[in-house]
Write a protein that binds this ligand. Structure first.
Ligand code: GLU
Length: 289
């Protein structure tokens, strides 16, 4: 009886391990950064927690192709944000096998960070003053702009001022949803952008709005059916979200991002992910505070 019990536990362990291995969170990165040794971040409570647990927990998106994406078949993560997250982890002394990814939707980012469910968040997260009252941001490491995704045969939506009477879909807790609501427009708010894209393909909605970088990924998945309007109407500075009071870790991550501008790593990451579409970009200056 007892032996059987032990075998059962052993088996469960093997199965769990198998599942982890298969989830392949570590995948193979596009850009490899060697894991830094003997890293210290004096005064950082987050870093101290990471060290004592021996791994880093990173909040990400997993339905945004080229940015933060988890392949449903292989379980492998990829994209610009994922590569940035991995580079930061490596520079903090954590290898790919010491990273745990947690998918956190836009609306839950601040609470997840405040509750220390994650050590930091890398997922198309715009730096805003309102959010800065709850979390803090390293970066920015990229600048996007709000745009519109429509069906390819739609000629009626050509920009922000052609949305009256249209069905618009975006995500709860996101800056693009807020911006259109503030303009008096009705916005259907779902949990994640891929759900809006399904609605657009089914003709239940007429436009999906969020950052151009995200929308381009969906258009590339459905090039015969969808297109990005291509007239961005906001500035979305992407930051790495972290604990509001952990200025030490914020400064360290700012240094890591800044170094990646100088040593070519940022460009390498961009070229192998978002840049594959052919669009050019240069890294934005870090805004320390
Ligand atoms: N960058 C915008 C935001 O932080 C939209 C993308 C997102 O929801 O992650 O709200």
């Amino acid at each position: 009886m007892r032996i059987r019990h032990i075998i059962a536990i052993g088996l469960a362990g093997v199965l769990t391990l198998g599942a982890c291995g298969k989830s392949g969170g570590d995948g193979e990165p596009e850009v490899t950064t060697s894991v830094a040794a003997k890293v210290t971040v004096p005064g950082s409570t987050t870093f101290a927690a990471m060290e004592s647990r021996g791994k880093v927990v990173i909040g990400v998106k997993e339905d945004q192709p080229n940015l933060g994406y988890k392949d449903p078949t292989t379980g492998k993560y990829s994209g610009f944000d994922i590569e940035i997250a991995r580079m930061v982890a490596a520079e903090l002394g954590f290898g790919l096998d010491q990273i745990e990814y947690k998918a956190i939707p836009s609306a839950n980012r601040e609470t997840a960070i405040a509750a220390a469910e994650i050590d930091y968040y890398v997922g198309t997260y715009s730096i805003t003053d309102t959010r800065k009252t709850l979390v803090s941001f390293a970066g920015p490491y990229y600048i996007a702009g709000q745009d519109l995704l429509v069906r390819k045969d739609d000629t009626s939506i050509t920009g922000q001022d052609t949305l009256a009477g249209k069905k618009i879909c975006s995500v709860t807790g996101s800056t693009p949803a807020k911006r259109l609501k503030d303009l008096g427009l009705d916005v259907l708010e779902l949990e994640k952008y891929s759900l809006c894209v399904d609605q657009l393909l089914n003709k239940q909605t007429d436009a999906v709005t969020t950052d151009d970088a995200i929308l381009k990924g969906y258009a590339a998945q459905n090039p015969d059916k969808l297109k990005v309007v291509g007239k961005p109407f906001s500035t979305e500075k992407y930051g790495i979200g972290l604990n509001k009071d952990d200025a030490a870790l914020r400064g360290k991550i700012d240094d890591i991002i800044e170094d990646s501008y100088g040593n070519g790593k940022w460009q390498e990451i961009y070229d192998s992910t978002l840049g594959k579409s052919g669009s050019k970009a240069t890294p934005p200056p870090i805004e320390r505070y």
